[in-house]
Design a protein around this ligand. Structure first.
Ligand code: BTN
Length: 242
């Protein structure tokens, strides 16, 4: 077992990603998981904050994959599949993926993933896979577009420890397969609610609109722009469905 070989439970931290990063820099082996009941400086993608009230599940995992920096996007994208699988088992509902790795149930964002990494000479030294899952959170306490929690959607309360173990179980199975060379994107594509949509993607001042066509083997989103050009989105974009 790699993922979850050591699990550190905290009541409240600034960000579990920061705690995991400090451990990784101190040489901690891959697979260590940091879990907190609350975060007071939770981070999201694109420099946003991640609301981390009690009731949510906040965890970060240190991984040391033998991959180059160029392989990071695919790993990042694919890591949403095991989280989606855990959510599906917990709720019995379908979890959909908004590229690159937002997880939605019933049209509401219930989980997000933030991958942060350190590299040397083109190789990934370590990465920290941070997962925020709105388990029993009160949606009134959540920011961002269309947030939701599993409990608000299903009118049930979820056991935090059992839910954590579901997530870790699927992450371990995924990481085992990934380390064995599996790069299958079919489970991702099956849950994608981005492919086939007309979208507007923006990064800073740049903006491109068009039809999302497919995820390429590196995990980039390929779109047919309204201007007739083909665009390959392979960095941090904010996506809007038009
Ligand atoms: C996003 O959708 O923007 C990504 C959200 C990631 C949030 C998690 S919560 C655990 C870990 N610690 C953080 O500060 N962020 C990630």
């Amino acid at each position: 077992m790699i993922v979850g070989r050591k699990v550190l439970m905290k009541d409240e931290v600034a960000s579990t990603n920061d705690v995991a990063k400090a451990l990784a820099m101190d040489g901690e082996e891959e697979g260590v998981v940091v879990v907190a009941k609350m975060q007071h400086a939770g981070r999201g993608r694109l420099g946003r904050s991640w609301s981390s009230p009690p009731g949510g599940l906040y965890l970060s995992i240190v991984l040391r994959p033998q991959v180059s920096v160029g392989d990071m996007l695919l790993l990042t994208v694919l890591s949403s599949v095991p989280v989606a699988q855990a959510i599906e088992e917990l709720t019995g509902l379908e979890a959909m993926l908004r590229w690159p790795n937002d997880i939605e149930v019933d049209g509401r964002k219930v989980a997000g993933i933030l991958v942060e990494s350190a590299s040397k000479s083109g190789a990934v030294g370590f990465l920290v896979l941070g997962i925020g899952l709105n388990l029993n959170s009160d949606p009134a306490e959540l920011e961002g577009p269309n947030p939701g929690s599993l409990s608000a959607i299903t009118k049930r309360t979820y056991d935090a420890e059992a839910s954590l173990h579901r997530v870790l179980y699927h992450l371990e199975a995924f990481y085992e397969r990934y380390r064995g060379g599996d790069r299958d994107t079919s489970q991702y594509v099956r849950r994608s609610n981005t492919i086939g949509r007309h979208i507007t993607a923006s990064v800073g001042e740049q903006r491109v609109s068009g039809h999302a066509m497919y995820i390429d083997p590196q995990g980039a989103l390929v779109i047919k722009g309204d201007d007739g050009l083909t665009y390959r989105l392979d960095s941090v974009y904010s996506l809007r469905y038009d």
